[in-house]
Design a binder for this molecule. Structure first.
Ligand code: ADP
Length: 420
């Protein structure tokens, strides 16, 4: 898929570049051509002036070449004059014998063209200007036409060289753009590809995680349906399992939704002045109860009056995730220590335990989605490997930092630093 996108990107890029290049080069070529030809045209007009002004016999058209004075300046230029009668008959050419009969007829075809034009005759380029033949008093319209013709092979050659240079430049430019486009598109697609892969993995993992509780619920429901005569009390086991799995699924779906919304920046913090001291106060009873149930010792060291601008619900969720992990991964007899204090411009919150700790090869991955250090234990404890991803997002959303120090067998400490 990315190969196709890359190719399409490069093609679109190249096409746009090609269009721009053609446009610029077209203007460049057109302008240069226009400049060169207008200089020639100017000289043609200049060469035509004596004829226009009527260096011809007064009142009538002469066929005598001698009456057409060649201006000394024009005489030096390779200009040829074809003098046509009003009926379109070639009267003579000057210098005579410059063009053959067939060449002359090529010019004759465009005798009525008003503006200067370029004619290709026998492989040579000529610039031609038709000048109406007038007597000096302008008494007789359409007395004939003089074609002022100049060979512009040299100019055409220069223009064709320019054209080749432009074509070569465009070709070379296109190759460069394609090469650069391939390289840049490849580089630009790296983060997109990574994010796509991450997303794909996320969806695959999520589906996998959802399948397990769903399968259990389905199995238990089928069991119940096999004995419709039994009471709920008799089937309390199956009903309980269905309830537990549904709760697990609900928790998982909530976590997935949180992360999905966080990814698409749809989750915004509801920022308020939050008293962390009060927040811990409200949670401490539950913490003590849970620790007691698991024969764990709890140390709470919460400074009074700690406040910050934050989202209370999210901060509560963060504390619960860290506490829940400490609870899950600390065996009976262990200790959980929670501290929260203000240092300078930031709040330092730490949840430490004397639990199983985290293996060094897992430490770099625990914040990844669905990553579980000890797979068997995590499944047992009901964790899907999303808790720390959410915790990290909450801390980052508060412009803070979440770090972990841990060694297997000794315990783990999760430290949160949030600027006030
Ligand atoms: P889970 O739902 O599996 O706990 P988390 O994202 O919260 O998912 O944690 C990811 C992994 O990090 C866990 O599977 C576990 O291996 C490790 N972990 C997290 N907290 C602790 C802790 N306090 N002690 C030991 N390991 C932990």
């Amino acid at each position: 898929m990315f190969k196709r996108i890359r190719t399409r990107l490069v093609l679109v890029n190249t096409a746009v570049f090609f269009a721009i290049l053609i446009f610029i080069c077209g203007i460049l070529y057109g302008f240069t051509r226009q400049q060169l030809l207008s200089r020639i045209d100017f000289s043609l007009y200049a060469a035509a002036i004596p004829i226009e002004r009527g260096f011809l016999p007064r009142n009538r058209l002469s066929t005598d070449a001698n009456v057409l004075p060649i201006h000394p300046r024009f005489g030096q230029l390779p200009t040829t004059y074809l003098i046509w009668s009003g009926e379109g008959k070639l009267l003579f050419q000057l210098p005579s014998g410059e063009f053959t009969q067939s060449e002359v007829s090529a010019f004759h075809q465009r005798l009525n063209t008003k503006r200067p034009f370029t004619a290709m005759v026998q492989g040579h380029s000529f610039r031609v200007l038709n000048v109406a033949f007038r007597d000096s008093r302008n008494l007789f319209p359409n007395l004939g036409t003089v074609q002022v013709i100049r060979n512009i092979d040299e100019t055409s050659h220069e223009l064709s060289i320019l054209l080749w240079i432009i074509v070569a430049t465009i070709g070379f430019g296109l190759l460069m753009v394609m090469g650069a486009g391939l390289f840049l598109a490849g580089r630009a697609l790296v983060p997109i590809r990574k994010s796509w892969d991450r997303q794909q993995k996320f969806v695959a993992d999520a589906s996998h995680e959802l399948r397990t509780p769903l399968a259990v619920i389905q199995g238990q429901a089928e069991l119940l349906l096999r004995h419709p005569e039994r009471t709920v009390e008799q089937e309390a086991g199956s009903v309980g399992t269905i309830y537990d799995e549904a709760r697990r699924m609900r928790k998982l779906v909530d976590s997935l939704l949180t992360l999905a919304r966080a990814d698409s920046n749809q989750l915004e913090l509801d920022l308020k002045n939050v008293s962390l001291s009060q927040l811990f106060d409200s949670l401490s009873d539950m913490f003590m109860l849970l620790c007691e149930q698991q024969s764990l010792q709890l140390d709470l060291a919460i400074e009074a009056g700690i406040e910050l601008q934050g989202d209370e619900d999210r901060l509560r969720q963060l504390i619960l995730i860290l506490f829940d992990n400490a609870l899950k991964y600390t065996p009976a007899g262990g200790r959980i220590s929670i501290s929260c204090k203000c240092k300078g411009n930031s709040i330092h919150l730490a949840v430490a335990d004397t639990g199983v700790g985290i293996a060094s090869e897992d430490l770099g991955h625990i914040f990844e989605r669905f990553y579980r250090g000890d797979k068997a234990r995590s499944r047992q404890t009901g964790g899907a490997g999303l808790g720390l991803s959410i915790a990290e997002w909450i801390v980052k959303a508060h412009r803070g930092k979440l770090t972990v120090h841990s060694s297997p067998g000794t315990g783990s400490t999760f430290q949160v630093v949030i600027p006030t």
